[in-house]
Design a protein around this ligand. Structure first.
Ligand SMILES: Cc1cc2nc3c(=O)[nH]c(=O)nc-3n(C[C@H](O)[C@H](O)[C@H](O)COP(=O)(O)O)c2cc1C
Length: 222
């Protein structure tokens, strides 16, 4: 499965099989985490075989049954943190999808198990992403129309239409899709609107847009 297919086939999964992730796949994911941390300066950690964060034995509201693996998105506590976590976190989500794993971004309904990861001085835990083998592959979310979230027109270049499609397939908090995309030639601007976690959403949307549009076809501008 390539990354474009991963964008199209990814859906949030909240119910997981009790199946451990194979050692070679864990090693592959950890290599990617290291690579992305180097590029971004983030301190993302991949926690495996840890059942407490998602409810353990007691089923309660927001429990994700069976989750024992998750990414913890941590970084320097500055104003770029949320968008960066969205962008680099989504790269990991798409990698997991290509490896046959399922995921779900989780902002609220998890417990902080501080012994499972390290938060250095000046850093902040932004949110987590549940990872594992899902009982299902999830379902496609309801989506806004392309002209409600972008200036896309019928005779626009194919790469732009693909990028907008990628943006609409992106996971967003509460499925809010609160962003707007505009193009001038080969320059693309994506703005977050007001709402909870819209800066994280913006990073996720930029990642999906880039995968579908093809990196060489455009550049993002502020
Ligand atoms: C930043 C962010 C936070 C999220 N937080 C939660 C959460 O706390 N609990 C949950 O069940 N889903 C959460 N989600 C998943 C969204 O509800 C889901 O992505 C959205 O409904 C779209 O569905 P899809 O991911 O299947 O395309 C979150 C998604 C994002 C992007």
């Amino acid at each position: 499965m390539d990354y474009r297919q991963a964008v199209r086939e990814r859906h949030s999964v909240r119910d997981y099989l009790d199946r451990p992730i194979e050692e070679d796949i864990i090693a592959n994911i950890k290599d990617k985490v290291n690579e992305l941390n180097k590029i971004s300066g983030l301190h993302i950690q991949f926690v495996t075989d840890e059942a407490k964060a998602f409810g353990g034995l007691i089923a309660h509201y927001g429990a994700f049954p069976g989750v024992k693996n998750y990414f913890v998105l941590i970084g320097k506590d500055d104003e770029s943190l949320e968008e960066k976590c969205g962008y680099y976190g989504q790269k990991l989500v798409l990698l997991c999808q290509t490896l046959g794993l399922n995921t779900c971004w989780v902002a609220l309904t998890y417990k902080k198990v501080k012994s499972a990861y390290t938060i250095d001085k000046g850093e902040k835990l932004c949110l987590v992403i549940a990872v594992g083998y899902g009982k299902t592959q999830g379902v496609a979310h309801k989506t806004k129309a392309p002209d409600k979230i972008s200036d896309v027109k019928r005779d626009d270049p194919e790469w732009y239409k693909m990028g907008v499609e990628g943006a609409l397939l992106a996971p967003t908090a509460l499925n809010q899709q609160k962003f707007f995309i505009q193009r001038r030639g080969q320059e693309v601007n994506i703005k977050a609107q007001k709402g909870p976690y819209t800066k994280v959403d913006l990073g996720i949307v930029k990642c999906n847009f880039e995968v579908m549009a093809g990196e060489g076809n455009f550049s993002f501008i502020e």
